[in-house]
Design a protein around this ligand. Sequence first.
Ligand code: SAT
Ligand code: MN
Length: 636
Amino acid sequence: MTKPANGRDRDHIERRVLDPFPELRHGLETALWQRRDRHGHRGYTVHRISKKPNSRMTTRLESLSNWIAEVATLTQPKDIKWCSGTADEYHQFIDHMVDDGSLIPLNQAHYPGCFLHRSDPSDVARVEHLTFVCTEDESDAGPNNHWMAPSAAKSKMEQLYQGCMKGRTMYVIPYCMGPVDSPYSRCGVEITDSAYVVANMYLMTRMGNAALARIETDGNFVKGLHSVGELDPERRFIMHFPEELSIMSFGSGYGGNALLGKKCHALRIASFQARSEGWLAEHMLIVGIESPQGETHYLACAFPSACGKTNLAMLIPPESHKGWKVWTLGDDIAWLHLDDKGQLRAINPEAGYFGVVPGTNPQTNRNAYETIQHDTIFTNVAVTADNDPWWEEKGSGEPAISWLGKAYKPGNGAAAHPNSRFTVAAKQNPAYSKLAEAPEGVPISAIVFGGRRRELTPLVYQAKDWAHGVLVGASVASETTAAAIGKVGIVRRDPMAMKPFCGYNYADYWAHWLSFAERSNSLPKVFHVNWFRRDADGRFLWPGFGENLRVLRWIIDRCENRASADETAIGFLPKPDDIDLAGLDVTPETLGKLLAVDAEQWREELQQIAEYFDEYGNRLPDELRAQQRRVANALG
Ligand code: SAT
Ligand code: MN
């Protein structure tokens, strides 16, 4: 554990908090002092930075300066602040938010550098029904997106933006998605009136002067305009203009609605851009699995929001797997490019995690638990009487105040919101891969799709080839979670886990995926996993978490042609002996259930997939239809 025990080693904490990034201070006149927070808790450090101007207040890129001027005229802020991305500036933002009450310092002795933000109770998750893809031609957005004509969307948004920043500061955030020196990275600029967004973008992206320098060299960037407006759910829209590489977001301050680098840019806009440039922007974690012999394989895995991507990306090998190591490259988004040898390579466009907090504890995800012991922004968690953050299944402490800021009463619902989040820099993760910053990314051995399904889908199976793998990805379905507003627990189709994030017509997207087979003979193998199978009493059949490594080992062995499998209608499944159960409380009978293919249920599933594909009409690639028919016929 990096966190010192309660009250111990206080000097150490004091020094860390006082000057966490001494190398970045660049001689700024910084006065630091301690004070007590509004709850009378032990003081946290207030950083006062001299009024010296930022090193960069403007840009030589005309398209950028013109756009900023246009936005300022429209939104009428009281002032404009360019974000340079230094640690001092980050602390300045934190102080500012503590002053205005939008951040609450947590117990600094236990959680140095940690703060709590409570969002508006009506603004706690992504709003898919208010998220639009605005292409000139409606059919380019496809049945998978809500569509609005660009001109109508823009005039709607311009009305909302009219004077919306009066009395507020307008922040300009140049950012780079991916390592600044990677040819695979792409840049953007977010304009926002939310200091919370700035602080989150600081942790989640490479932002500031280095990104601005790259933008000026590239000459292009994604334009993202965001205002919290009045946080009125009736006046809330997230609009995407992929043909113009721009985003307009109004009325929400939460997660993917407001941190425009994440889902809006790195998935919706980037997926569109990726098709025209020949790469893929995917809702995938990237993880490296190192065997005791020192052989490392990288996997890219797509699961819907809140289905355990962060847990898998930070997996802790179980006791039984001494010598195995797991390295995190990314927990949410992968950008995949073919290199000149036809090898698929991945970079993580993000630099931090916006992870689901409830359920995080030293048993389920020790790395995440350790990562969030310091320098973390918590959103919508509960707090203990000691002013520590608290959430369901934290495994210690008691909630005193709920996420709503009210005294917690048992039986009154969850203390932390089920979609409460931590925002933290990726480099704090003890399992952070040394290749996470590599401009050339990492070679991907396997692509793994997954969903949350009580029934039907086996623990693991392998697609027969790439085209079949595209069908497997396109058939992903999952029970809905709290990550988006709406009913939880309903099975919905979520192809490639991209349903909320694919910025264009799914039919064209699948065609793009299929086209990779013509471009390379050494594409990754494709798999599907399901950690969430339950028995008739609702109990999970598979222990999950660290034990998932046993399944990943079979996947890697398949990639290396050293594991056997049974060929079935739906793909290759491990033979019962292929999954190592040593030391695990899973009987061969349970494993049998986990690996069973119920032909009757699968025939029905294939029928539903066919009906789902029908929504895409003639635009659906013939090859995908043929794959669906082939599997349906094989099922008899
Ligand atoms: O709110 S976010 O879209 O950033 C989180 C998620 O849904 O994965
Ligand atoms: Mn996600």
